[in-house]
Design a binder for this molecule. Structure first.
Ligand SMILES: Cc1cc2nc3c(=O)[nH]c(=O)nc-3n(C[C@H](O)[C@H](O)[C@H](O)COP(=O)(O)O)c2cc1C
Length: 175
């Protein structure tokens, strides 16, 4: 049995939902998973885990800067264990942008950090306009209009391919 740590960054909870699904799948493989928000990650004893996974969503083109800081501070220990990184964004709803090799946010992120995660994934995120404040709702609706996505201000659309999430959970159980 491996002790697996998942550190996540979320704003509206969708990345956490993905983490919970990963946890369920990984625990079915008889491992144990601990979920920790990146804000609390400094207090965690990373050495006590066998594998470390980091997951973060995109907001206005960027992953949370705390994710960069965590990686920079802990690159050595991340490298010393099996590890993985996944990004959550709505651009990944497009088939031509839903792979680690083709998702522009993940590509840019990897250019910005020196850590090279051993496993990578990209998951399409969720749109839930009523959760957003007025400004964010209008901006995201405009972006969706430009990119042929949903614009109904009441829309709740989960673009995540949950089979893909579960496959990633099985993959990281094995690494
Ligand atoms: C204010 C805001 C800005 C966003 N900016 C982007 C973006 O620049 N590119 C993108 O692909 N998705 C963007 N998204 C979509 C989020 O990545 C998606 O909703 C994801 O599921 C959010 O995950 P979280 O709830 O874990 O933060 C944005 C969403 C919001 C609400």
């Amino acid at each position: 049995m491996a002790e697996i740590l998942i550190i996540y960054s979320t704003t509206d909870g969708h990345t956490l939902e993905i983490c919970r699904r990963l946890q369920a799948v990984i625990e079915q493989q008889a491992h144990r998973v601990t979920l920790v928000p990146v804000d609390d990650a400094a207090d965690v004893d990373l050495e006590s885990y066998d594998k470390i996974i980091i997951g973060a969503s995109i907001r206005y083109g960027k992953h949370n800067r705390m994710v960069y800081a965590f990686i920079k501070r802990n690159e050595h220990i991340l490298d010393s264990k099996p590890n993985a990184f996944f990004s959550v964004n709505v651009v990944a709803r497009k088939p031509e942008k839903n792979q680690p090799e083709t998702n522009p946010y993940l590509r840019k992120f990897l250019r910005q950090i020196s850590w090279q995660p051993r496993q990578l994934a990209v998951f399409a995120g969720k749109i839930d306009y009523q959760r957003y404040n007025f400004r964010d709702r209008q901006i995201i609706r405009f972006i969706m209009w430009m990119t042929k996505g949903p614009t109904d201000p009441e829309a709740v659309v989960d673009f995540t391919n949950w089979d893909q999430v579960e496959n990633f959970g099985r993959l990281v159980s094995k690494i």
